[in-house]
Design a protein around this ligand. Structure first.
Ligand code: ASP
Length: 428
């Protein structure tokens, strides 16, 4: 028993992930998908719900605590500016890498002609729903995104996991007001938040004990969902989208192999392999949940416990990163937009590609940190360069696996930036 206790959490999660995949395939093979859906999948759902449950309280309390620990407004604005700058730089680099790869490989030119109609038809209803969501975002003025960040009612903003930016806005306002007031009454509020923070961390600890079961169930149901009752059909779908998938995967790997090592090695004291091992639990959880918001508790835990990043930094940098910094998502959006243009035989000139850089940066900031959000915002990128919203159907079939991968990259980016912001990271 004690030996089992010594096995680190990430090993359990990795085992659960592999077993879940193996079980998913076995479920298809033995025809027990309905058993899997009824008796296994609910545990994955419960796990995701628990993670979502803690996301808003965690973001609010950790931001307020992060700011009150900093203690003065000039430190806050310094850290805020550096964080924002790094987030934007890494996003623009991700998009540029995506564009470079998709323009070099040209996956769209190999897409089978007869498949276009078939895809457009089979994903019609899903796409219609997604484009309605995206349409709400269009036809609005250029400053609408700023208007949307400001909540008019904090309860309704916090009542919906999609409005994380509004919760962040209120938390920042609350934290700033807290450090501007000096006095006895405020000390009480500060120590209240300190206590609340400890309680939330304990809740996260409890939820994480459930992680291996949750991850197993999530992986099993993803496999059954994607391959379903017709595995041959899924293999065919994947084959015709193979080069596109490969382009996204190469791009994401380039982030992990070139960009983050460059950032981490040059700007922190942490050796890159140690960094990777440290963030592995968060990457695995991001891969299984496809949600950076749901992964936030684990990202925070990994950054603090494995990389020695101070909680003053993670409390501030990570909740904001989970919400606005999505390197993997922005890279995917760039590759997908150009791939779709290539498939439709439309040439995107340099100004269209620059538009992609701008809109994918904004779209990834605007994407909620939940499964599939990147694809909804992809529609905004498509329309910005004059491509039809319905054409998102072309990439729909492989969205889930790519979502899993890009979310893992998203949380890696957030962790890399935290390790840079904390000058003493690595000293555990
Ligand atoms: N699932 C991603 C995340 O939560 C967002 C997306 O690309 O769909 O980070």
């Amino acid at each position: 028993m004690t030996k089992l206790k010594r096995i680190p959490l990430y090993v359990w999660i990795l085992l659960a992930l592999l077993l879940g995949i193996a079980y998913g395939f076995a479920s298809i093979f033995f025809g027990i998908n309905s058993f899997t859906v009824n008796w296994i999948a609910p545990f994955g759902e419960i796990f995701i719900k628990l993670l979502k449950l803690i996301a808003i309280p965690l973001i609010f309390v950790s931001l307020v605590k992060g700011i009150s620990d900093l203690g003065d407004a000039s430190k806050l604005s310094g850290m805020g500016l550096r964080t924002f700058f790094l987030y934007i730089i890494s996003t623009v680099m991700a998009i540029s890498i995506g564009l470079l790869i998709v323009n070099t490989i040209q996956p769209g030119s190999f897409f089978p002609e007869d498949k276009k109609e078939e895809y457009a038809e089979s994903f019609k209803s899903d796409v219609l729903e997604k484009s309605l969501n995206a349409q709400e975002l269009e036809g609005q003025g250029p400053l609408q995104f700023l208007v949307d960040i400001v909540p008019e009612n904090i309860i309704s903003a916090a009542g919906n996991n999609i409005n994380m930016l509004q919760v962040i806005f209120f938390a920042l306002l609350f934290g700033i007001a807290l450090i501007m007031i000096k006095g006895k009454n405020v000390k009480l509020v500060i120590s209240f938040f300190d206590g609340l923070n400890d309680v939330i961390l304990k809740i996260i600890d409890i939820i994480m004990r459930f992680a291996p079961i949750g991850v197993f169930a999530l992986m099993a149901s993803v496999i059954v969902d994607v391959a379903g009752d017709n595995p041959a059909n899924s293999v065919q779908l994947f084959a015709s989208l193979g080069l596109y998938t490969l382009s996204v995967v190469i791009g994401l790997l380039a982030m992990m192999i070139f960009v983050y090592p460059l950032f981490v090695t040059l700007l922190t004291k942490i050796p890159y392999l140690k960094f990777l091992r440290g963030v592995l639990p968060a990457q695995l959880l991001a891969f299984s949940t496809s949600s950076s918001a749901a992964t936030l508790p684990m990202t925070k835990k990994s950054c603090e416990e494995n990389l020695g990043i101070r909680s003053e930094v993670t409390n501030f940098v990570l909740p904001i990163g989970a919400t606005i910094n999505m390197d993997g998502t922005s890279l995917y959006q760039a590759v997908a937009a150009v791939f779709i243009a290539q498939t439709l035989g439309i040439q995107l000139d340099i100004s269209a590609q620059l538009t992609i850089i701008l809109t994918a940066t904004l779209a990834s900031i605007g994407s909620a940190a939940v499964p599939g959000a990147g694809m909804v915002m992809l529609i905004v990128v498509l329309e910005a360069v004059g491509l039809p919203a319905e054409s998102v159907a072309l990439v729909y079939a492989v969205d889930r696996p790519l979502d899993m991968l890009r979310t893992a990259v998203n949380v890696t980016g957030d962790s890399a930036v935290s390790s840079i912001i904390d000058k003493n990271s690595g000293e555990i």
